[in-house]
Design a protein around this ligand. Structure first.
Ligand code: HEC
Ligand code: HEC
Length: 487
């Protein structure tokens, strides 16, 4: 034992106390600056929570808020179009008076971070005429949003020499005055770490950037390949499964049915869990988040058709619908929400072929390993007969978004448009779908070519032999398919 004088003992004790106190202050500062979770709610309505609420993806996928703010300003040349409008350039709806576009969340975990939620793909906008503000429909398909362009923008920024602390902090200074500690954190930790993380993401997405690979375009992604490459270590293969964002309301009716275009997920809660994991939600809280989302989406109804409807004509159309379409599509019918074999439905098989039994087994094992219990993914041999409540919102039609309007869906393949422009949100009440051919639609839209792999517009030949009057009646009825809000 060391024999210390009382003076030295006191000095050592003082030093010890100092170390503990400094350690505690440091520990607290580190916790406060990097880990302190601040709830992003409460939200005024459930819709607001759906549009802007965190699903706990910020800790893994969150971009430090100030980096998120300045990227479009530092890299306007990497934005699509003319480099204006920030994140609007990707087609994300932005409500008046809101800090973030729909589908973007802001939550403080130590520092404010930005991530995405379901609304980025599952919120629709439309206009009844060009000179009005877009209406925002939570749960509808975001046919204007280009996820792929946003992913490419973020990863291209990270790969650029301008993505460095000096350049980003100089731009951040134009928007806010960071404390000295925050500046240090951004300079030495957040900017380098974010760059690293985005470059790693770029590597994970290399499969979609292969030369001559078909672009997703607006309103679509490659969902089963994303699931496959994200959840399993299977090597990239040659399949292309670009699929349209669906509407996701009235999910209560889908219990025990097949969900996803290929019907690969036989339970709504499982689709939601897997989608949230795809957004890098925290596996520890994902089931609770998914339960809230399911409750919200089960109660949500399609919006009413926003133009006048001729009730007499619609009545005639209902008779035709019940006879020719209801067996597969009517809510409560035997085949709705079940898989119709590809040989029978005859639509483009590429999306179906992206998924395999091996992928299902490996993805299920990966989710189980995260400690999450859910009904697992399966392999099917066709496409799901989707319920058609609010079908007017779902244009362009079919799983790959290859048929412009309801009127064209009732035409044989040779009469369906082969090249059109999608992503313009002005509605066409004559043909029932979005305007895909006006000068503005061409200027602002994504060029959709049905000859590209996965974009085929063949199949689903129901109602094609009806007379022109019968088709108009059927379309009139389809404008009204509910249940819609208030029903
Ligand atoms: C990046 C875009 C994107 C995001 C984000 C996203 N989804 Fe989806 N979602 C899709 C696509 C594409 C499909 C169709 C998949 C397919 O091809 O089967 C889909 C399918 C679904 C379906 C099945 C619909 C049906 O009729 O079968 C539900 C339910 C759903 N998503 C809910 C959610 C929820 C809840 C979230 C958030 C946790 C979410 N999605 C996040 C793109 C997205
Ligand atoms: C044998 C079953 C079956 C019958 C009958 C049927 N459909 Fe379909 N329908 C499907 C399937 C399966 C899909 C999905 C196919 C795909 O996307 O590849 C679909 C898709 C659709 C879509 C596209 C939905 C979307 O979100 O893009 C519409 C609209 C539609 N059907 C309308 C009709 C109409 C109108 C009739 C009657 C004239 C009809 N269907 C008859 C099975 C059927």
């Amino acid at each position: 034992m060391l024999n210390l004088s009382p003076v030295w003992k006191r000095r050592l004790l003082a030093l010890f106390v100092l170390v503990v106190v400094v350690g505690a202050v440091l520990g607290f500062t580190v916790w406060y600056k990097f880990f302190r979770q601040v709830d992003d709610g409460p939200f005024a309505t459930e819709e607001e929570r759906f549009l802007y609420g965190s699903i706990d993806a910020e800790s893994t996928a969150g971009l430090p808020y100030w980096i998120w703010v300045v990227l479009p300003r530092v890299f306007p040349d990497l934005l699509p179009g003319n480099g204006q409008g920030g994140y609007r350039a990707f087609g994300a709806p932005w409500e008046q008076g809101h800090e973030m576009p729909t589908g973007f969340t802001k939550k403080t975990i130590g520092f404010p971070r930005v991530a995405n939620n379901c609304a980025i793909c599952h919120t629709m906008t439309y206009r009844t005429q060009p000179d009005e503000a877009p209406k925002i429909v939570p749960g509808g398909p975001n046919h204007t949003f280009n996820v792929q362009a946003m992913l490419r923008f973020l990863t291209n920024c990270a790969a650029d020499v301008r993505f460095n602390p000096d350049t980003l902090l100089a731009e951040i200074k134009q928007h806010t005055k960071l404390s000295i500690l925050d500046k240090l954190a951004y300079r030495y930790l957040l900017i380098p770490r974010t760059k690293q993380a985005l470059l790693a993401r770029s590597g994970q997405l290399a499969w979609m950037n292969r030369p001559h690979w078909p672009d997703w375009g607006v309103g679509r992604d490659d969902p089963m390949n994303l699931t496959k490459y994200f959840l399993t270590n299977m090597p990239p293969d040659s399949t292309v499964g670009n699929a349209d964002f669906p509407s996701i309301w009235n999910l209560g009716l889908r219990e025990g049915k097949n969900l996803n275009w290929g019907g690969e997920t036989p339970a709504p809660l499982s689709v939601i869990i897997d989608s949230a994991l795809g957004l890098q939600a925290d596996p520890k809280t994902v089931v609770n988040q998914a339960k809230w989302l399911l409750g919200f989406l089960a109660a949500k109804r399609a919006p009413k058709y926003p133009f006048p409807v001729d009730p007499v004509l619609a009545g005639k159309g209902k008779v035709l619908y019940d006879a020719q379409c209801g067996s597969c599509h009517a809510i409560g019918s035997a085949r709705v929400g079940t898989v119709i074999p590809i040989a029978e439905i005859g639509t483009d098989p590429n999306r179906l072929d992206t998924w395999t039994q091996e992928a299902a087994d490996k993805a299920n094992a990966a989710v189980a390993k995260l400690g999450i219990q859910r009904v697992g993914l399966i392999k099917t041999n066709g496409y799901q007969a989707v319920p058609l409540d609010g079908v007017w919102t779902r244009a362009p039609y079919l799983h790959n978004g290859s048929v412009t309007t309801l009127r064209e869906l009732l035409e044989p393949v040779e009469n369906r448009t082969k090249v059109f422009y999608r992503g313009y949100d002005v509605y066409d009440p004559v043909n029932v779908g979005f305007d895909t051919s006006s000068a503005d639609a061409i200027r602002l839209g994504f060029k959709f070519d049905t000859s590209v792999k996965g974009n085929g517009n063949q199949g689903h030949l129901y109602g094609v032999t009806l007379s022109a009057e019968e088709k108009s009646a059927l379309i009139e009825y389809m404008k009204t398919i509910g249940p819609t809000e208030g029903e």
